[in-house]
Design a protein around this ligand. Structure first.
Ligand SMILES: [Zn+2]
Length: 104
C-alpha cells in the first residue's frame, strides 16, 4: 500500500504538523487525523511530482550510479568525498562505501 503525507490544517498534534499514513488506493483520502481527529489535507508527495534527473540529485537521495566505461571498469558518477571515482572488477577497495552512505 502506498504511503501518503497528510498535513494538519490547524495546530499539530503528537504526530507532527505533517505525518505519513499508509492507505490502500481504494481508501478515500483521510479527512481527519487518526490521532487527534483534527482536519487534515493530503499533500502532494515530491516523489510523485518528478523523478530525480541529475547525478547530484541521485546522490543526495542516497543512490549510487555506476556507468560502464570499459570491460570491468565502471565510473561512479555519484562518488562522494573519499570514494573512488573508478570502480574495477576484482578491486574491493574501489567499491562504493555503502556503510558510510547508509546511516539508518
Ligand atoms: Zn493530529
Amino acid at each position: 500500500m502506498p504511503i501518503y503525507e497528510y498535513e494538519h490544517v490547524g495546530p499539530a498534534c503528537s504526530r507532527g504538523a505533517v505525518f505519513e499514513e499508509r492507505r490502500s488506493l481504494a481508501d478515500p483520502p483521510l479527512e481527519r487525523c487518526p490521532q487527534c481527529g483534527a482536519p487534515v489535507v493530503k499533500r502532494i508527495s515530491r516523489s510523485f511530482v518528478r523523478a530525480p534527473k541529475t547525478n547530484a540529485e541521485l546522490r543526495d537521495l542516497g543512490f549510487t550510479k555506476l556507468v560502464r566505461r570499459d570491460d570491468g571498469v565502471y565510473e561512479n558518477v555519484t562518488a562522494r568525498d573519499g570514494e573512488s571515482r573508478v570502480m574495477r572488477r576484482g578491486d574491493p577497495a574501489s567499491l562504493p562505501d555503502i556503510g558510510r552512505i547508509v546511516s539508518d
